[in-house]
Every structure is written in structure tokens, then in C-alpha cells.
Design a protein around this ligand. Structure first.
Ligand code: ADP
Ligand code: NI
Length: 219
């Protein structure tokens, strides 16, 4: 299967060319490394299959294919078939379909340990310093505000959350700060706690700079 991994790398590098840099080859490579690390600790699934699934997990991301998941899934299925891995196709595609945050309420078989590991790895790459970098990069890609304080925020700068218009800071409350409690594996949870703490530190510093003049005024 080592040859298959090389082929998957080539396929993925070719597929992610026009993705934002938060979904580029380096994201894929980090997820692969995190997934292998978690699996080394917990021995939940075949490490080669983990590697293949991690490599392929974002090929069908609809944000980069005009909202069309199915064509991405078909490309993955074809790739696996052409490279002698047809027998893993259903399992790998089930995991890829179900693992994204936006699929969290979808039905399907969520009992596959392969999914627990690769999903934790993908989620860990959305928090911590890399998570912050990816979020602001994605927000820029979408031309979103970094932060949009509502009038209530301005009146009371200690209250922060989902108020205000769309912004990358809002994304922290809608997704990033929720991920720590959604980890499947013990190893994932441990890493998530450290990365989550960094998000909290980042937000604290962000608000203290944003509301700097208020704080001076109140002193
Ligand atoms: P998933 O693959 O779990 O559905 P996404 O593809 O939505 O996750 O997210 C991938 C990356 O882009 C993550 O780092 C995520 O935090 C970031 N991201 C997604 N949506 C937004 C947004 N609205 N604002 C800022 N960052 C975002
Ligand atoms: Ni991903």
C-alpha cells in the first residue's frame, strides 16, 4: 500500500491547487500526521487506511467545487478503483462524507474508528495557532470582516459572542470553541485542550486591543 500512498499524495496535490491556503496540501499533510500520531497512541485502525483517508478527506469539499460534493466523491471512488483499493471505497467514502463539522447532524455509520481518528485530526487543525491562522485566512478569502461588534458590544465590551454581523471572530463561537468537546479520542482531547486554551488567550488579547480606548477611559 506504500505505492498507493504515493499515488494518493499525487492525486491530492493535483486536486487542491485552487483551494485557499487553509485547505491546501499543508493542511492535508498536518491532518495525516496528527491522525497517525493519534492512532499510534490508541491503535484504533489500520495506519495505512488512516493515511489514505486523511489524504483524501478534503478532495470533495463543496466550497471548492461549486457546492457539488458528488463529483468529488466520484473522483475519489475512481481514484481508489484505478489504484487497486476498490475494496476500501465504501468505508473511506462513508468516513469522508460524515466527518465534516457541517455534516455533524447527518445520518450514517459513525461507529467506524477510522472516522474517529481522522475527524479528530481534522478538527485539531482548526484550533490552536494554526486554527486561528486558517480562520482569518478563510475569512479573507471570503472577504469577511475580522470582527463586527454590535452596539451592545460597544456599550459593554466584556460581553462577547455571536452578536453582530458575520465575521471571523464570530466563527470562533459558531465552531472553533465547540470542537474541544466534540473530540472522539482521548489523545485528540488532550491536544484539543491545549489548543483550545490558546484560542481563549487569543480572544482575550484580541478584545483587549480592540477595546483598548474603552479600557483606558474606564481606568
Ligand atoms: P469542515 O471540513 O469540518 O466542514 P470547513 O471546511 O468548514 O470545515 O473549515 C475549514 C477551515 O476553514 C477551518 O479552519 C475553519 O475554521 C475555516 N472556516 C470555515 N468557515 C469559516 C468562516 N466562516 N470564517 C472563518 N473561517 C472559517
Ligand atoms: Ni480538512
Amino acid at each position: 500500500m506504500d505505492e498507493a500512498i504515493k499515488k494518493a499524495e499525487e492525486f491530492v496535490r493535483g486536486s487542491h491547487g485552487n483551494y485557499d491556503s487553509g485547505h491546501d496540501w499543508w493542511h492535508i499533510n498536518r491532518v495525516r500526521q496528527l491522525a497517525l500520531y493519534i492512532n499510534d497512541k490508541e491503535n484504533l485502525a489500520d495506519s495505512r487506511l488512516i493515511e489514505i483517508t486523511a489524504l483524501l478527506h478534503d478532495v470533495a469539499d463543496s466550497k471548492f467545487s461549486g457546492g457539488d460534493h458528488e463529483s468529488g466523491y466520484n473522483r475519489i471512488r475512481l481514484f481508489l478503483k484505478e489504484n487497486g483499493m476498490e475494496m476500501y471505497s465504501d468505508r473511506v467514502l462513508n468516513v469522508i462524507r460524515l466527518m465534516s463539522f457541517s455534516s455533524r447532524n447527518k445520518s450514517g455509520d459513525k461507529s467506524d474508528p477510522l472516522m474517529w481518528v481522522v475527524q479528530d485530526a481534522d478538527r485539531l487543525d482548526a484550533i490552536g495557532a494554526i486554527g486561528v491562522a486558517r480562520a482569518f485566512n478563510y475569512g479573507g478569502f471570503r472577504n469577511n470582516s475580522i470582527y463586527d461588534p454590535s452596539p451592545e458590544h460597544i456599550a459593554n465590551y466584556n460581553i462577547h459572542g455571536t452578536e453582530g454581523g458575520p465575521s471571523t471572530i464570530k466563527h470562533f463561537y459558531e465552531k472553533l470553541l465547540l470542537l474541544k468537546d466534540m473530540m472522539n479520542t482521548e489523545t485528540g482531547k488532550l491536544i484539543a485542550i491545549e489548543r483550545h486554551n490558546f484560542l481563549e488567550t487569543f480572544l482575550k488579547q484580541f478584545y483587549s486591543e480592540w477595546y483598548f480606548s474603552d479600557q483606558i477611559r474606564d481606568q
